[in-house]
Design a protein. Structure first.
Ligand SMILES: [Mg+2]
Length: 357
């Protein structure tokens, strides 16, 4: 099972709504790099390097990083994942998105080589489906209420409200959406680092009246003291996302208990193995975790879904279906039904590549 082929190509997916924006930016497309590894036995494994500037690398960098990492992958046995990942860390510091693509492609190959679905490599099924949380872009409160109702009508019971660091406008967004969708829908918010600690405390204490389950990354990623202060000052579960950008950062967050929960993402953590380790760190520290959005192809969502279904600690809706608002996906075979994603039981990730070799 020696790796002989290592090829990459750019993936550009259009957003259905080209005006989609959040506190860290706006772009009409989602970019990434698709990695295709081939073995001597003819097995093909796929991974996706997600081009997200706030995770570190844009698409052009990802391609360069993957080319630099290629010699540490080709000629190796695809089953030696731990050793290959160690070689990658020695060859290039950081670069979690590129390393995640390699880690995912290696797992894909191993699962295919034994004719099993991916989750068998993580300990098998703890659950067979995951409720999905859908994310709403920053717009006016009325526009967001319309968007919320549309998602509820499609069957979603968990929604995330993107906010931008303005207490009165943000509270109005939450009020408008809660009024529109009623009490039974679960609401979370994500400030994407846009508040000061005191501003976040003021906003969240007002939003608490509208029954918010969870508030994501209220303050800057580097402001752990601020995050800790918010966690201790509001009645809402505080989740770290951008602050949890590596295994080291997850370790620091859980040992200082600066947050109540952590959003795990395969690209920022450098792959499935690291995400599983991060989950175990959280479990030991009594910190909640779930899988957050890494926006892009169905391939990456499916690979995260297999891990999410294997881990006992995933106890809240995951953000694994943002592909539903994107066009031009090269992978098919994964769709949301009744607000949930079901675990594929076919070989590998369960998605099908529709590109040409
Ligand atoms: Mg977030």
């Amino acid at each position: 099972m020696l790796i002989t082929g290592f090829s990459t190509h750019l993936s550009v997916m259009r957003k259905e709504d080209p005006t989609w924006k959040f506190a860290l930016g706006a772009s009409p497309v989602i970019e990434g790099v698709i990695l295709r590894l081939t073995t001597t036995d003819g097995i093909v494994g796929f991974g996706y390097a997600s081009a997200v500037p706030h995770m570190g690398s844009i698409a052009a960098q990802l391609d360069a990083e993957l080319k630099h990492l290629e010699p540490a992958v080709t000629g190796r046995d695809a089953g030696d994942i731990e050793s290959i990942m160690d070689s990658l860390d020695r060859r290039l510091r950081g670069a979690p998105q590129a390393k995640a693509a390699i880690d995912c492609a290696l797992h894909d190959i191993v699962a295919r080589s034994i004719g099993a679905p991916l989750h068998r490599l993580f300990g098998g099924r703890f659950r067979t489906s995951v409720p999905i949380l859908r994310i709403m872009a920053i717009k006016t409160p009325d526009e967001m209420a319309v968007q919320a109702q549309k998602l509820v009508d499609e069957g979603y019971n968990y929604l995330k409200i993107k906010i931008e660091g303005d207490v009165s406008n943000d509270v109005e967004r939450v009020r408008a959406i809660r009024t529109q969708v009623g009490d039974s829908v679960h609401l979370t918010i994500d400030a994407n680092q846009s508040y000061s600690a005191k501003g976040a405390i003021a906003a969240l204490n007002k939003m608490a009246a509208f029954n918010i389950d969870l508030a994501e990354q209220p303050v800057h990623a580097s402001d752990l003291e601020g995050l800790s202060l918010v966690t201790r000052s509001v009645p809402i579960t505080i989740e770290a996302d951008e602050a949890a950008g590596s295994l080291e950062e997850v370790y620091r967050l859980v040992t200082t208990r600066a947050c109540d929960a952590i959003s795990l993402k395969i690209p920022k953590l450098g792959g499935l193995r690291n995400a599983m380790t991060a989950a175990r760190l959280c479990e030991q520290a009594g910190v909640a975790y779930r899988f957050g959005a890494a926006v892009g192809t169905r391939l990456m969502a499916a690979q995260a879904l297999h891990l999410a279904c294997a881990l006992r600690g995933v106890d809240y809706a995951c953000e694994l279906a943002e592909f539903a608002r994107l066009l031009d996906d090269e992978f098919s075979g994964l769709e949301v039904e009744n607000g949930c994603l079901s675990l594929p039981e076919t070989i590998g990730s369960g998605t099908i590549w529709n590109g040409s070799a």
